[in-house]
Design a protein around this ligand. Structure first.
Ligand code: CAA
Ligand code: NAD
Length: 295
């Protein structure tokens, strides 16, 4: 497998300039990581406040590095200058690669991807950071599906090593190689996975959330479940904390895609824990209310 991967990526350079669509939890993290590792990036959102928040989160993380003496003031300014906030597609013809990280909604993503394809060069690569939506489904509206793949980062991007690179039926080897090259330049460990709802990691993670949902239904207290999973079992975060960090809205949308793909494995009662909070607009850390309060 290693030899095959080496052959695939031989001589393939990481993008010189990139762009990310969405300045939220994931888009902001991808922009920060890309800039820190030397790839200038445009960060585009449709919401000015989200864009400003994405920029200030990057500045906050860099200031932490500055306070620790890991970078100096000049480096901080230089890294920040390579993240270009944008509300429009101006300059997108300059980028070699775009990763889409907008809401986990198949219709919204399909529209955004098709729109982006019209603003980039024919040789530029387009990727989606979708958690669960099959790449072939997203590729349906594209005119160059060979230039499209999944590039699934994990939250928090600066800390999580894995990136799933997802190959669709029409994805070209050169596209996979470019995604691997960029993930590697960002200091990540890319793995190539086949296309299906949830890919690899979320086919493991969502059954875990389903187990959590069933425990709640059987009368367990979410605080106790978290305490046992963290303190006694030794995982870094319990399920309710992790769901709040991921975003209840994102988890809800992702569950729906998984349920469509695997109806027998994602029954309603497996999804209730997330769906009840979603209906109450408790989206987790991002709006200060989820299972926990995040003031
Ligand atoms: N963004 C950036 N950096 C962060 C961060 C964040 N949100 N949270 C923590 N960090 C950094 C801290 O700044 C700190 O950096 P330094 O080493 O430079 O000081 C470092 O991480 C360690 O921080 P802490 O000591 O506070 O935290 P920790 O040791 O408890 O580890 C963690 C933090 C790595 C996030 C750990 O809690 C963990 O692994 N949690 C589980 C995360 C997880 O499972 N993510 C996957 C979510 S699912 C997903 O992404 C897929 C999907 O499709 C939904
Ligand atoms: P988020 O809600 O934090 O951010 C989404 C951002 O997209 C918002 O700022 C919104 O304004 C912006 N947006 C919406 N429509 C847009 C458009 N047309 N053009 C540009 N920006 C637009 O969401 P997130 O958690 O960052 O998730 C983004 C994607 O990453 C989703 O597909 C999600 O499934 C995936 N993902 C999320 C996590 C996670 O833990 N949160 C992990 C891995 C993958």
């Amino acid at each position: 497998v290693k030899a095959k991967a080496k052959k695939l990526t031989q001589g393939v350079a990481a993008p010189e300039r990139a762009a990310v669509l969405g300045a939220g939890i994931m888009g902001g993290g991808i922009a920060y990581q890309s800039a820190c590792k030397g790839t200038p990036i445009i960060m585009k959102d449709i919401n000015e406040n989200a864009l400003m928040l994405g920029m200030s989160e990057a500045a906050k993380l860099l200031n932490k590095q500055l306070a620790r003496g890991k970078i100096d003031g000049l480096e901080l300014a230089s890294i920040m200058s390579t993240i270009q906030p944008a509300l429009h597609y101006a300059s997108f013809e300059q980028v070699d690669m775009v990763v889409e990280a907008v809401v986990e909604n198949p219709q919204v993503k399909a529209t955004v991807l098709a729109e982006t394809e019209r603003h980039i060069r024919p040789d530029a690569i387009l990727a989606s950071n979708t958690s669960t939506i099959p790449i072939d489904r997203l590729a349906e509206t594209l005119t160059r599906p060979e230039n499209f793949c999944g590039m699934h980062f994990f939250n928090p991007v600066p800390r999580m090593p894995l990136v799933e690179v997802i190959r669709g039926a029409k994805t070209a080897d050169a596209t996979i190689a470019k995604a691997i090259a960029w993930a590697s330049k960002m200091g990540k460990t890319p793995i190539v996975v086949n296309d299906c709802p949830g890919f690899f990691v979320n086919r493991v993670l969502f059954p875990y959330f389903a187990g959590f949902s069933l425990l709640l239904r059987d009368g367990a207290d979410f605080r106790q479940i978290d305490k046992v999973m963290e303190k006694q079992f030794g995982w870094p975060m319990g399920p309710s904390w992790l769901l709040d960090v991921v975003g209840i809205d994102t988890a809800h949308h992702a569950q729906n895609v998984m349920a469509e793909g695997f109806p027998a494995r994602m029954k309603k009662e497996y999804r209730d824990a997330v769906d009840v909070l979603f209906a109450a607009k408790r989206y987790g850390q991002k709006n200060q209310r989820g299972f926990w309060r995040w003031e």
